[in-house]
Design a protein around this ligand. Structure first.
Ligand SMILES: NC(=O)c1ccc[n+]([C@@H]2O[C@H](COP(=O)([O-])OP(=O)(O)OC[C@H]3O[C@@H](n4cnc5c(N)ncnc54)[C@H](O)[C@@H]3O)[C@@H](O)[C@H]2O)c1
Length: 355
């Protein structure tokens, strides 16, 4: 039988039980859960019974398990660094959930761990594998839309959220919650070449004291603007993606399909002289001659990825030594943007990570 990576899940909540567990299940030929830990005894017991794995309520005992090879840290945000360090120092490879840390400075320990245990640290920027993100990237790279000047990334909703993630004392708030995903997308689009950042944090609908609305405009060195909106205070939803270029545009409302309007690729947009005289009637431009194409395509990128691909890549890296597509420096670059954003709206500071 082919070797499988033996995984231990640390934290059995919405992420640990609700996401990591089924994602690992999809790759049951390469990964198996052999242990799990939660300080909530009822939760641990129920998980152990459901999945037939050894469970712990004491993290120290969990780390002594010895049978695990990889620990997935899915505990609360401020504990990610400490738990990742403890897991790696106990001899295991580790997946660190997002947010890695509340600040880039806090995350310095990851640089040391990555050096000390090469190939063993996996940052969970799992939305890098969203099919729509990948497909949008492929369309942009094809040149169909011309030179891209504006990209809008929007996850808008109205939610009177009331869990621990809404409290600053827990490292909560949307900057640390959805922020790492969309900032990661933005940096991928901008090839990590950032000229400037403008942002605004606010609290509209959530019941805690952390921001539930995040607006970030990142201007790339190539002049492209990525405009991020993560609003839990928007009663009307918006497109998840909008991309505008010199030859066309795309949008996606729900990531299932992508709407395109672009100039016929063989048509040359030739620069003709401006009419500086009297306009010839009620006209402003001769747009009618442009051969526009319109189509709506199903989201189906050439690179076949989906939200389960994260664990597939972790397994391929540990079992076959394949390069893991998410580099630590990329995940740390996300934190650098978070630091700038946090500094631009005082009043939403969060504590340092537990180290
Ligand atoms: N990457 C993603 O797509 C994604 C999605 C959801 C959540 N997350 C991240 O996962 C983390 C957890 O979020 P959640 O929504 O699952 O929270 P949650 O409250 O649902 O679950 C956290 C679990 O950790 C347990 N726990 C807390 N301290 C512990 C400790 N010291 N040892 C063992 N167990 C402990 C809690 O009892 C709880 O069961 C957050 O940091 C969040 O940002 C990531």
């Amino acid at each position: 039988m082919a070797k499988k990576v033996k995984v231990g899940i640390w934290g059995l909540g919405r992420a640990g039980a609700g996401m990591h567990t089924p994602e690992i299940g999809v790759h049951s030929d390469k990964l198996e859960i052999v242990a799990a830990c939660d300080i909530d005894a009822d939760r641990a017991k129920a998980y152990g019974e459901k999945h037939n794995v050894k469970v712990y309520t004491d993290p120290e005992e969990f780390l002594k398990d010895g049978n695990m090879e990889l620990v997935a840290v899915a505990t609360r945000s401020l504990d990610h660094l400490r738990h990742t360090r403890q897991a790696m120092e106990a001899g295991y490879a580790a997946i660190i959930e997002k947010p890695l840390a509340p600040s880039r400075k806090d995350a310095e320990i990851l640089v040391e761990l990555n050096k000390k245990y090469p190939g063993k640290l996996f940052c969970r920027q799992n939305r890098r594998f969203e099919p729509c993100f990948q497909h949008v990237r492929e369309i942009i790279n094809s040149g169909l839309l011309g030179k891209i000047h504006t990209i809008k990334l929007q996850r808008n909703n109205f939610s009177r959220r009331d869990d621990w993630q809404t409290l600053r004392a827990n490292g909560g708030g949307q900057l640390c919650n959805w922020g790492p995903h969309l900032i990661d997308h933005a940096l991928q689009f901008l090839n990590y070449e950032v000229e400037s950042v403008w942002s605004k944090l606010s609290l509209i609908a959530a019941l805690g004291d952390a921001e539930d609305c995040v607006k970030i405009c990142i201007k790339g060195k190539n002049g492209c603007l990525v405009d991020i909106e993560i609003f839990d205070g928007n009663a009307l939803s918006t497109n998840v993606y909008e991309v505008y270029g010199t030859r066309g545009a795309l949008s996606s409302t729900d990531e299932k399909d992508i709407k395109l309007r672009y100039v016929e690729p063989s048509y040359k947009l030739i620069k003709t002289p401006v009419n500086n005289g009297q306009p010839d009637g009620f006209i402003f431009a001769d747009n009618a001659q442009i051969p526009w194409r319109r189509e709506t395509i199903m989201t189906d990128p050439e690179l076949k990825v989906n939200m389960n691909s994260f664990y597939g890549c972790v397994a391929d890296s540990l079992l076959e030594g394949k390069a893991f597509p998410i580099k630590l420096e990329e995940a740390l670059a996300v934190l650098e943007i978070c630091d700038i954003v946090r500094s631009q709206t005082p009043g939403f500071e969060v504590p340092s990570a537990n180290q």
